[in-house]
Design a protein around this ligand. Sequence first.
Ligand SMILES: [Zn+2]
Length: 294
Amino acid sequence: MIITDYRIRATAAGGLLRAVAVQTTEAARTAQEVHRAWPVAAAALGRLVSTAAILGADFKQDQARITVEVSGDGPLGRIVAETRPDGSLRARIEHSDVDLPLNQVGKLAVGQAVGRQGFFRVLRQDHAGEWYQSQVELQTGEIGDDFLHYLAQSEQIPSAVSVGVLVDEKGLIIGCGGVMAQALPGCPTDIVDQVAGQFDHLAHISRRLADGETLEALIGKLLPEPIRWYEKEPLQWQCWCGRCNIQATLGTLPESDIDDLIGDGGAEVTCHFCRQAYHFSVDDLKTLADLKSH
Ligand SMILES: [Zn+2]
């Protein structure tokens, strides 16, 4: 079976209810592989990738990138997931080799690994490169709870969110995804309550996705009929670093730093998102230094 990552949006109750669901199993698996992430780190990465993919359903015309960042006081350090309007996803983690025992309910201890003190941030970059940031304090570090708190505080829309990652007995990701439902102003409270009740049945979203359940089936259980469906959008793990971008970043270093790299006989720069290494020879660096001095 070929599993392809995608996102789907739907509305109900005459447009007053909306839902976004994402399947990100492949992207999360790649993130786990690229970062050689241990299970609890992979779960945190997968949940954050799903969060970014959900936020990506609401790209505004002038936006080029959405970044979601979790910085807690736990052993994983800073975790970042990013998405672009074309559905590309990438993620990085400070410490991927964290091992913790399962928590009291027998699940990967993501909250403990992320930490409960810290911030959940969403940054949106426009096409001119300007960043707009909003952040909330972490609630539990479980990422889903923190995302929900962010939606309530920053966007002030009553929402329900579930993001989940399932790993097999070897600790490898076999299911990853998320779903968000929101009630827009004017939505009758009995319908909101009904959706909130249905949400409890979606607690094991990653298990459902691993078992082959579709996002459409998930949303179908959540929203009342009739449901209006929007087109499926493909999602994929794809880094957009490229040599040109890395070179541009090198170009922002002070001249003295570039001189030091020339003295070192060249530089190797590794992308933190995809771990691709880029080599810059002494000649490359001299050209860069020349460009800076002119
Ligand atoms: Zn990269």
